[in-house]
Design a protein around this ligand. Structure first.
Ligand code: ADP
Ligand code: ASP
Ligand code: MG
Length: 413
């Protein structure tokens, strides 16, 4: 008997039929003698609908109230799944994040989990009950409802698996595993049977939304055995999905590049003609950090005439706010010539642990992009990834070209 945490995403929970389908899958695992905790997302589209509704009423909705509202999507699906399980003869009980006591900090809309009380869940599991928990939500020390950021149910799943010391955390979604790139963009993408935790962490942080980045961080910190699987495979035809492994496969020759990730959620800002003197980077980025805006890539050009240009990227949703801060607070203060912005950029990245032992990956990547006439605006590298910023109109072309260049396309059938 194993203790398994399963998480079902929005598409998997997207209609009454699909919820009944999830219930049957849960019942099959239960019939094998396992204990089950099931974490669910809202029905697909529901969280977007709720956010749009809030913005219709208030252009910049209060964050606490937004969390009260957008957490309701998951409150609906936990109850529906519990009903469906009871209908087929299983004992089941639903819990909101607050009812479990998934304790978080108070950063509304992107709260971090601090602690999970496992007492009630353990009691239910011991009495043979399937525990169903609302993903994406928690409660802070003052009793306020919080949410964990978009895609946060993955993190709820992995955090519960860590708290319960589960044998495995299974992320059920609408694809049958982690692919070499998003199969919706590149149909030749290949499913990976295994991916190292390090590579998955990079892929998720660089935009592969198949797993939310925080869920991978949790899995790494608490050594949770994590698997991505499809909830759409028929009974008897289920495959093993993708295992996120902590060991690098030393037996086999590793491919140099394991995957291509991309992110549209990027915008670039440039402060032109700032004096080239110590402290400038701090004077520009300090107020941005104070406004709680995440800065990703940064480039500072070498100055010639005593001035320099300073560019950086932020999430696209923060573009307007960042530009206002630059114009109003920073430009007059540092004496910049102008502020430029571009919110039609994207970031494309090649990821692979094999890069450590193989030089020349960057030049191969840059040549492939040059041959397609794709201009690179920014570059950043780490030990196992190379990222470039390019015009958004080239996103699909760049991803497809790099996927082919690094030998990731599956052989034609
Ligand atoms: P869920 O609602 O189940 O959480 P998501 O939409 O958040 O599902 O994540 C699954 C989607 O992630 C897939 O439909 C796929 O389009 C996308 N995706 C992006 N990159 C990858 C990748 N490398 N491998 C598999 N899926 C990916
Ligand atoms: N329902 C939330 C969202 O759409 C959380 C999730 O699905 O993981 O972001
Ligand atoms: Mg998701």
């Amino acid at each position: 008997m194993a203790l398994i945490v399963q998480k079902y995403g929005g598409t998997s929970m997207g209609s009454p039929d699909r919820i009944r389908n999830v219930a049957r899958r849960v019942a099959r695992w239960k019939a094998q003698g396992h204990q089950l905790v099931v974490v669910v997302s809202a029905m697909s589209g529901e969280t977007n609908r709720l956010i749009a509704l809030a913005k219709d009423v208030s252009p910049q909705p209060d964050a606490r109230e937004l969390d009260v509202m957008i957490s309701t999507g998951e409150q609906v699906t936990i109850a529906l799944l519990a009903m469906a399980l009871k209908d087929i003869g299983l004992k089941a009980k639903s819990y909101t994040g607050a009812q479990v006591k998934v304790l978080t900090d108070s950063t509304f809309t992107k709260a971090r989990i601090l602690d999970i009380d496992d007492a009630s869940m353990r009691r239910d599991l011991d009495s043979d009950t399937v525990v169903i928990v609302a993903g994406f939500q928690g409660v802070d020390e003052h009793g306020n409802i919080t949410t964990l950021g978009r895609g946060g149910s993955d993190t709820s799943g992995v955090a519960l698996a860590a708290a319960l010391k589960a044998d495995e955390c299974q992320i059920y979604t609408d694809v049958d595993g982690v692919y070499t790139t998003d199969p919706r963009i590149v149909p030749q993408a290949r499913k990976l049977d295994r991916i190292t935790f390090e590579e998955m962490l990079e892929m998720a942080s660089l935009g592969s939304k198949v797993l939310q980045i925080r869920s991978v961080e949790f899995a790494g910190k608490y050594k949770v055995k994590l698997r991505v699987l499809s909830s759409f495979e028929e009974e008897g035809k289920e495959t093993n999905g993708t295992l996120i492994t902590f060991e690098e496969d030393t037996k086999m020759e590793q491919p140099i590049i394991s995957g291509i990730a991309f992110n549209r959620d990027e915008a670039k800002l440039t402060v032109l003609g700032v004096p080239d003197r110590p402290g400038i980077a701090y004077q520009i980025l300090g107020p941005i950090a104070d406004a709680n805006i995440d800065v990703d890539m940064i480039i500072q050009n070498v100055g010639h005439d005593g001035t320099t240009d300073f560019s950086f990227t932020v999430p696209r949703g923060e573009f307007a706010r960042t530009k206002t801060i630059l114009e109003e607070q920073i430009r007059p203060h540092v004496g910049a010539r102008a502020i430029e912005g571009d919110n039609h950029i994207c970031k494309v990245s090649a990821v692979g642990v094999g890069m450590r032992s193989h030089p020349g990956v960057a030049s191969k990547m840059f040549r492939a992009l040059a041959e397609e006439g794709i201009n690179i605006q920014m570059i950043s590298t780490s030990e196992i990834k190379i990222s470039v910023v390019v015009d958004e109109k080239y996103l699909e072309l760049a991803v497809r070209v790099l996927h082919g260049t690094f030998g990731l396309d599956q052989a034609a059938a």
